[in-house]
Design a protein around this ligand. Structure first.
Ligand SMILES: [Zn+2]
Ligand SMILES: [Zn+2]
Length: 253
């Protein structure tokens, strides 16, 4: 049964459904003990770009105050944390961290959706055989992880590379090896499993199994129902077992 989930969105990001309260009610009914909200972080784009997939900087304080007051209301039934899922963007990182820390952010997970910036791209979830995209993705994740600001790496296998197998293996070994050294867990992603995306990618998880990374399951819930989908959870566990990865069920916060 699902005990902890640190990868939860809300309707604030414009592509997920459900209020914080609806996720909390669902978590309690499902027997979850600790729920972490990690909605897509606001990004201070400097060129006027407005993201269609995340809250704005101005909207972030209300996200925190809503969750803090719900955490108080539900404190006898559920431990509730508030954080963000964040991309590592070198030129914006310091500013973002300062802002999130000023909000009292509990944790961050690293979900690197771009091999650059959202407004510039490229998006790594689009199929490619370009080794530059994969290499740049791995570089950014490792550099981001090395800041020590992240609890874990979400969907480390999000980059949809269908080029040379040797390159894929080499880059995945570099990613897994680097994260192992930094002692940062990696996530088998429930949303990818639920919606049959290019991730979780079995080839990747076999490599993670060989390297010996610590692995968590994150539901990446974009609806309250996805949060407690035991079928998806079971499939993630089965994949972990099949690929011989070291799954931890421990509380991370
Ligand atoms: Zn999302
Ligand atoms: Zn997510």
């Amino acid at each position: 049964m699902i005990q902890y989930n640190y990868h939860t969105h809300t309707r604030r990001c414009h592509h997920a459904e459900g209020t914080e309260r609806e996720y909390i009610e669902k978590a309690i009914r499902a027997g979850i003990r600790e729920l972490g909200f990690s909605d897509h972080c606001p990004v201070p784009f400097e060129n006027g770009y407005v993201s269609p997939v995340r809250m704005t900087m101005d909207e972030a304080p209300e996200y925190f105050s809503t969750i803090r007051s719900l955490a108080e209301e539900y404190r006898d039934r559920l431990e509730i944390r508030c954080g963000f899922e964040m991309e590592y963007t070198p030129d914006l990182f310091e500013r973002q961290i300062r802002f999130y820390e000023s909000l009292g952010c509990d944790y961050l997970i690293l979900g690197q959706h771009y091999a650059g910036r959202e407004d510039i791209g490229p998006y790594v979830g689009r199929k490619t055989d370009d080794p530059w995209i994969l290499t740049r993705y791995v570089d950014l994740v490792l550099e981001g992880a090395s800041t020590g600001k992240f609890l874990y790496v979400a969907h480390p296998d999000v980059c949809w590379f269908e080029g040379d197998n040797e390159i894929y293996r080499r880059e995945c070994e570099r990613l897994c090896g680097g994260l192992l050294q930094m002692d940062i867990p990696i996530e088998i992603n429930g949303l990818g499993m639920a919606t049959s995306r290019n991730y979780p990618n079995e080839s990747f998880w076999r490599i993670a199994g060989e390297v010996g990374n610590t692995v968590v399951i994150g539901m990446d819930a974009h609806t309250p129902d996805q949060l407690a989908d035991e079928t998806v959870w079971g499939k993630c566990r089965d994949l972990a077992e099949k690929c011989n990865v070291r799954l931890t069920d421990k509380k991370l916060l």
